[in-house]
Design a binder for this molecule. Structure first.
Ligand SMILES: C[S@@+](CC[C@H](N)C(=O)[O-])C[C@H]1O[C@@H](n2cnc3c(N)ncnc32)[C@H](O)[C@@H]1O
Length: 354
């Protein structure tokens, strides 16, 4: 078993498998929430968690789902790509619209979550002929389309950027500062350096630059100096959060320090996964991957992503590679924000070929 993956919901006890006790009404630890991890068996509990405006452990609530369906307008017989499958919430809606005769190609670079989502959607009846799944980075979209034989492109494409709730909530992945875990942060565990390895090697000026560039961290030089001074001691999420708070002690309020912790985690995650590089490569390929009248929607969660999307769409429009670009950014309604607070910062942009 991967030592970094969460404990299975059942514990082995000398050959006798015993279910752990459900710890209180609302267990706090991700790995203790085995009922939430089993939504088919405990649907009422899932409803209750959702009713509190929370995301059940091991799930992801699709954001702006109706708005995305409205702009992408998948139709029976069409071909589409979900470049960021995640939990499959958007993909399931696309598949329902594509039948009969349509096909969806779903991509995700996460080798831990992708097989679970694929299994769930296959179990829901989506066979290989209508639902194709590839574990790959969307930065190689054109090559992946070629590999599945879709050389003339697709009718629609969605990329819902960033992390899924399953990734954020699982402390073993190292994305959250709220729980102790290894400082990993790789979406694709098979590639690249973990955040701990990055921090062990990065120079102070490079760290300051990436904190500023990836998360607009206002105290980047100070934090870079302090984090580099602790080089070699930052191997867990709590080590890093504590180091940031210690560095800022006496210079700002506690809520301001919390914001810096959040931004440091965001900046490192973006760097570890080369998120801006992958997005730029995807954006460059989008027009050539769309069929005539093909539609694209991109859902982003911070200004660094949104700025790149806006600029790429405008550039493609001025070069005639896209025919129309949605004028205004689409935001979540107050109701969606209440029922899923994680949707609050989402921005949806869309465009289409002539
Ligand atoms: C916000 S979640 C998508 C949620 C999904 N729309 C749903 O309804 O469940 C983003 C997903 O994209 C994946 N991802 C992020 N960057 C990627 C990239 N460059 N290539 C492929 N997958 C990526 C992540 O692993 C994650 O599963």
């Amino acid at each position: 078993m991967d030592p970094l993956s969460p404990k299975p919901p059942e514990e082995s006890d000398g050959g006798h498998r015993r279910r752990p006790r459900y710890k209180g009404k609302n267990p706090r630890r991700f790995e203790d929430k085995y009922k939430e991890h089993d939504p088919l068996r405990y649907p009422e509990l899932i409803e209750r968690v959702r009713g509190r405006g929370a995301t059940p452990a091991g799930q992801h609530i699709p954001i702006l789902a109706e708005e995305i369906l409205a702009v992408l307008d998948p139709k029976p017989g069409e071909r589409g790509v979900d470049a960021t499958l995640g939990y499959g919430g958007h993909a399931a809606r696309f598949l329902a619209r594509l039948s009969p005769g349509g096909q969806l190609l779903a991509l995700d670079c996460d080798s831990i979550e992708l097989p679970k989502t694929e299994a769930r959607l296959r179990h829901a009846g989506h066979g290989e002929s209508e639902f194709l799944v590839r574990r790959t980075n969307f930065a190689s979209l054109a090559r992946t389309l070629g590999e599945v034989g879709w050389h003339d492109g697709v009718d629609f494409l969605l990329a819902d950027l960033g992390l899924s709730s399953m990734q954020i909530d699982d402390p073993a992945r190292g994305f959250t500062f709220k729980q102790a875990g290894p400082l990993d942060m790789r979406m694709n565990r098979r590639r690249g350096l973990s955040a701990a390895q990055l921090l062990a090697h990065v120079s102070e000026p490079d760290l300051a630059t990436l904190l500023e560039r990836n998360a607009d961290e206002i105290r980047a030089p100070l934090l870079a100096r302090e984090l580099c001074a602790r080089r070699g001691t930052l191997s867990s999420t709590v080590d890093l959060a504590r180091a940031v708070r210690d560095a800022l002690a006496g210079t700002c309020t506690e809520p301001e320090a919390d914001q810096s912790v959040r931004r440091v985690f965001q900046a490192l995650r973006i760097e570890v996964n080369d998120e801006f590089g992958a997005l730029e490569r995807l954006l460059e390929q989008v027009p050539d991957c769309l069929r005539s009248r093909g539609r694209v929607a991109l859902l982003s969660f911070h200004s660094g992503e949104d700025r790149r999307i806006k600029q790429a769409f405008q550039r493609h429009l001025s070069q005639g590679r896209l025919g129309v670009v949605g004028e205004a950014v689409i935001r979540v309604s107050a109701m969606e924000r209440r029922s899923n607070p994680r949707s609050a910062s989402a921005k949806l942009r869309w465009a289409a070929r002539s």
